[in-house]
Each structure stands twice: as structure tokens, then as C-alpha cells.
Design a binder for this molecule. Structure first.
Ligand code: SAH
Length: 337
């Protein structure tokens, strides 16, 4: 921005005004930059594009979780979810419209991949969520756990992270941003080298046979290779990799599976986050009982693996993990899907 201003013979301090307008105030058009001269506003509008994520629907769940339906200029839609867990207020965002990874237990997979989001569109999701917050609310954390596989959209992901963490941008600490992946190895290594965001890896099975059935990506990047990379990641001190494990009743939830998981994780700086399966229409799996979840957790803890259970939030409006499929919104008639 400074360079562009310089080339036009404008003072470079304008860069700060412009970026503050875009990211701090969240202006939707350069016209709204009333502190810069009109000629410069016009020049900006001619040169740069501010993608807007239009909030087309907000579904509030009984537990306060809010699911947003967001639409971009070309008609493509994604969902984001605001999750209040005081003192945290977390925004779960999408990196792609749809998803091409094909995980059997995930509703988003059924949409297929529509397209990658651009970096600026990912940032626009955060700006859109901010517009619907209550005046006293402030986002504290961002998780890339909405639609899509963030590491399959690497360049745009990193561009978005840069804006989300920059002082001239949204100013989030990278420690408050988590990127969750099915385990695309080359990009995983790059992400840890090039950024300091938190990494979460969706594991969900402790054998290649089962994991390949549930997550086709495992045929490309099988468990041994995945866990080897995790052992070698240049993680900052005391940082651990979170492994998400979706518990599917009768499929991967018995205690033997827990022990197998613990033994595979040996030597990895790991913590496990268990996610009891969240159902969706037409799903072939079921959620295990709370007792089963608790015993699975106990077993892992006894094997020395730090393990937490993710509470399902926003289940009643299909806003929980794995449920994002552009459903349950009052979409205005005639709107392109
Ligand atoms: N594509 C990335 C980002 C999505 S994160 C990834 O897979 O990691 C969403 C998390 O929800 C993943 O850990 C995924 O395994 C999990 N998930 C998918 N479907 C689910 C379902 N039906 N119930 C519970 N968790 C689910």
C-alpha cells in the first residue's frame, strides 16, 4: 500500500489510514474513507477490490452458538460459527466453499469442492462476524475448522493469516489461531515453518485400514508418514499438536482402539481432543454414549496422553463440527446457491 501511494505521489502515512479503515473499522467500500481525499478514494476503488461476505442468515442455537450463512459476490456461500465459551469468543471459519477431502463422517464432504476462498474472502468472514456481534462482544480466537481443508488452499490461507495477525490488520496473536487439517504433509511442514499458528490434525483412527475407509486422504498420506512428520515438526517450546478424533459408535470407540491410539502417538508431543460424532441427515454413523466417551478418555489419560472432550455446540441448528452443509437457514427465494 505504501508503495502504491508513493508511486502516485501520495504521502505514505495514508497507508495506515486506509488499512485502519478496512480492517479496524471494517468499511465495505472506499467511499466510506472520509478521512482521505475524494480523488484518492476514487483511485483506491479503481485499483483494489474489497470482497464482502454478506450475512444472509443467522441461526441462533439454544446454547448461544450462532451460525452465519455468508455469500460472496459470485453467489458462492459458506458458513461460519460464533461460539461463546467465556472468557473466550471463538469464530470458526471456512477456508473453501465445500470440501474435496471426502471424509465419510462429515456433512461438508457431501457438497464436494465448489472453490477455494481467496485470502481476502477469508478475512471478510471475520469482518462479517464482527458486524453482527453485540457491542460488548469481541472475538478472542479464530479456528479454521469450518468448511474446507485449509491446507488445500495454502497460499490464500497464509495470506489471510498474515492479515489476521498483522498490527496493521486485525491484530490477533497467532497463538489464538488454530488451523485444523486432515494431514496434508508438505503443507503442514510449511505452515509450522512459515507461521506460528496452532496446528490441529484430524486423526479419527489408529490403523491405516480404518483411517483409509473413513478419510480417503489417508491413502496419500498414511499414518506412519503423518506421525513421523508430527514427531519432527519444529514446534515452539511446550507447544503440542492437537489430534482430533471423531468418536463413531461401534467403529472406533472401544478401549483397544484407545490403547492403539496411545501407542501410535508415542514420541509425538500430542494432546487428543475427542469429538463425539455430530449427526446429520443421511449419516451412516452414530454418536457413542457419554459413558463410552468418558471411558475412552480415561483410557487415553491412563496411557499418559492428555485428552479432552470437545463439547458439541450448536447441534440444534446444525452448527457443530462436521454439520456445516449450508442447511437450516432461511435462504431468500431466488438467491443463487
Ligand atoms: N478439513 C479440516 C478442517 C475441518 S475441522 C479437518 O478435517 O481437520 C472439523 C473437524 O470436525 C475435523 O476434526 C473433523 O474430523 C471433525 N468432524 C467432521 N465431521 C464430524 C462429525 N459429523 N461429527 C464430529 N466431528 C466431525
Amino acid at each position: 500500500m505504501r508503495q502504491w501511494l508513493k508511486l502516485r505521489g501520495e504521502p505514505t502515512y495514508r497507508a495506515q489510514q486506509i488499512l485502519a479503515g478496512v480492517y479496524r473499522s471494517g468499511i465495505l467500500s472506499f467511499e466510506a474513507l472520509t478521512n482521505v481525499p475524494r480523488s484518492l478514494r476514487l483511485a483506491l476503488a479503481g485499483e483494489f477490490y474489497l470482497p464482502e461476505a454478506v450475512v444472509e442468515g443467522v441461526s441462533a442455537a439454544a446454547d448461544g452458538t450462532r451460525k452465519l450463512l455468508l455469500r460472496f459476490g459470485d453467489g458462492v456461500a459458506v458458513e461460519s460459527v460464533i461460539i461463546a465459551d467465556p472468557p473466550r469468543l471463538t469464530l470458526c471459519i471456512s477456508s473453501q466453499a465445500g470440501c474435496g477431502m471426502g471424509c465419510r463422517f462429515c456433512a461438508t464432504a457431501r457438497l464436494g469442492l465448489r472453490r477455494n476462498l481467496r485470502g481476502a474472502e477469508i478475512v471478510a468472514e471475520v469482518l462479517a462476524a464482527r458486524r453482527i456481534l453485540e457491542p460488548e462482544e469481541r472475538l478472542t480466537n479464530i479456528v479454521f475448522m469450518g468448511m474446507g481443508e485449509p491446507l488445500a488452499n495454502y497460499e490464500n490461507l497464509v495470506e489471510a493469516i498474515e492479515v489476521l495477525t498483522a498490527n496493521w490488520g486485525l491484530g490477533f496473536s497467532p497463538r489464538r489461531i488454530t488451523v485444523s487439517t486432515v494431514g496434508l504433509l508438505p503443507q503442514m511442514e510449511r505452515l509450522v515453518r512459515e507461521t506460528s499458528v496452532q496446528l490441529a490434525v484430524s486423526l479419527t483412527a489408529a490403523t491405516d485400514k480404518l483411517r483409509s475407509e473413513l478419510m480417503p486422504v489417508n491413502r496419500r498420506f498414511p499414518l506412519d508418514a503423518l506421525l513421523d512428520v508430527c514427531r519432527r515438526l519444529p514446534l515452539p517450546q511446550r507447544r503440542r499438536v492437537t489430534f482430533e478424533y471423531v468418536l463413531l459408535a461401534g467403529i472406533n470407540d472401544d478401549l483397544e482402539e484407545a490403547r492403539r491410539l496411545a501407542s501410535r502417538l508415542r514420541g509425538v508431543r500430542a494432546k487428543v481432543n475427542l469429538i463425539p460424532f455430530n449427526p446429520f441427515p443421511g449419516a451412516a454413523y452414530q454418536r457413542p454414549t457419554e459413558e463410552t466417551v468418558r471411558r475412552f478418555q480415561q483410557e487415553l489419560l491412563q496411557c499418559g496422553v492428555p485428552t479432552t472432550v470437545r463439547r458439541s455446540r450448536g447441534l440444534d441448528v446444525q452448527a457443530a463440527c462436521g454439520q456445516l452443509a449450508l442447511g437450516m437457514h432461511a435462504v431468500p427465494e431466488g438467491a443463487a446457491q
